[in-house]
Design a binder for this molecule. Structure first.
Ligand code: GUN
Ligand code: FE
Length: 453
């Protein structure tokens, strides 16, 4: 691939709560998709960089009304639940798992079904501007490999785990790892498959140690997975203190919180992503910060299944790594834009409450809880990338060029900008609140076009 220099206006948010506005910036990307330089209008060498790009035939100009954003980093997706997206939202988490979700995930024993569903999912996520996804697959080896193959084929950056669930007390006979050894061997085999894949030399896909959640795993398996994560230096993902039921289960089985228990099993480290984490104690938050682990905030899913709101602002102010997740299909939308909006909305409900009888000081412990579009955009891009320790999510030299173009003039899209009213990061605010998949014109991963309309 030939390098290029993109002349674009757009936005990125390397720092939580701040948006950096790029106006007619020159972003030079090499043939491997690495950002070489970002030159702003007014900088001394701006004209020279532009003239050289023109002379070499490498200048690509975004059309009027188009804005460049980093691609979205979705920190929590259940790939097999895609056929259920937007459905099965009428029951509690524990009922939902047994009644709808485990039977659906068990279908992935059928490789042809898995290939079809995963192909449609990855295409949909890319079209929604999601350039990196952290995926839970299923317990099945072949189907999980098919998800790896699909991401490599379609060019999406991905972190993928074979789901581990071997606890006979909470997992059905028809959908479970057969034994501790099967769970651990399956995890090792997937790590090897990803790392030795002939099409994965650039490391676009990474393996993830994936205990579904503590209730689904025996202690022997949790211990073995902690050892594998340490040996292989892999990412780890799991659900953490999501709902009353789940949090209570761990308290009664282990006599401690999810966070403390995961730490005990060596599953809480720099590359751990804890989905949900709604019911963290102050000391859990401190432990997550010290271990440099991360939280995947899933605002839509939490509204349906957890009945709780993760205190995003408090976590960011404490210095925790936080990314945003759709939690397909616990959350009924595959769109990170919709989840940005939900993150803002639920933060405001957390701060102001819905019950006038509740004293303001008791809500969110009396702390300001609201976030705005800047925080939401940060966790959806640079925040999630930093949480995963990936060099994406912002336009800075040395980072990979994973980016999207929002066409604000798109006839099909629902958004509209007003020249006389919208400027600066107000344009991003309108994008976050009103853009949809129809406005996403181009998607690049590692500098390669993976979707374009
Ligand atoms: N806890 C264990 N499994 C799941 C799942 O698939 N979705 C959600 N939201 N929570 C879980
Ligand atoms: Fe989940």
């Amino acid at each position: 691939m030939r390098g290029k220099v993109l002349l674009a206006s757009g936005f990125h948010a390397p720092v939580a709560g701040e948006v950096d506005v790029l106006e007619d910036a020159l972003i030079a990307v090499d043939g491997e998709g690495v950002i070489l330089s970002v030159t702003r209008r007014g900088e001394a060498d701006y004209d020279a960089v532009k003239a050289r790009a023109v002379a070499e035939g490498r200048l690509e100009r975004l059309p009027e009304g188009s804005y460049l954003l980093p691609g979205f980093v979705d920190c929590h997706v259940h790939a097999p639940q895609y056929p259920q997206l937007g459905g099965a939202l009428d029951v509690s988490l524990e009922v939902w798992l047994q009644k709808y979700t485990f039977p659906l995930e068990a279908r992935y024993a059928d490789l042809a079904f898995a290939k079809r569903a995963y192909g449609l999912l990855v295409e949909d996520l890319i079209a929604n501007g999601t350039t990196t996804t952290l995926y839970f697959a299923t317990v099945h080896q072949d189907a999980t490999r098919a998800l790896v193959d699909t991401c490599l084929e379609k060019g999406q950056r991905a972190l993928i785990g074979k789901v581990v669930m071997d606890n006979v007390e909470s997992c059905p006979d028809y959908y479970r790892d057969a034994s501790v050894d099967a769970a651990l061997e399956g995890t090792r085999a997937l790590i090897d498959y990803v790392r030795m894949h002939p099409d994965n030399a650039a490391g676009l896909v990474k393996p993830v140690v994936t205990p579904r959640f503590i209730p689904s795993c025996t202690d022997a398996t949790l211990e073995g997975l902690g050892a594998i994560a340490g040996e292989c230096g892999c990412h780890v993902q799991t659900h953490c203190s999501e709902s009353d039921w789940e949090h209570g289960y761990v308290l009664s089985r282990h006599g401690m919180t999810d966070t403390e228990s995961l730490d005990r099993f060596a599953l809480l480290g720099r590359h751990t992503m804890l989905a949900h984490s709604n019911l963290l104690t102050a000391s859990d938050m401190e432990k997550i910060r010290v271990r440099e682990a991360a939280v995947a905030h899933c605002p839509l899913s939490n509204a349906y299944f957890a009945g709780a709101v993760f205190p995003l602002r408090a976590a960011l102010e404490k210095g925790l790594h936080v990314g945003l997740g759709t939690d397909i299909s616990g959350g009924p939308s595959a769109s990170m834009l919709e989840n940005c909006r939900a993150a803002v909305t639920v933060s405001r409900m957390l701060e102001t409450g819905v019950d006038p009888a509740v004293d303001a000081a008791t809500r969110a412990n009396g702390q300001p809880a609201r976030i705005d579009f800047r925080h939401a955009f940060h966790v959806a891009t640079a925040g999630g990338a930093k949480a995963l320790d990936l060099p994406v999510g912002q336009f800075s030299p040395g980072y990979r060029f994973d980016a999207i173009v929002i066409d604000t003039t798109a006839k099909a899209g629902s958004m509209r900008l007003w020249d006389e009213f919208d400027s600066g990061d107000g344009v991003l605010q309108k994008i976050v609140f009103t853009a949809s998949k129809a406005n996403i014109a181009t998607v690049w991963v590692d500098g390669k076009t993976v979707s374009s309309r």
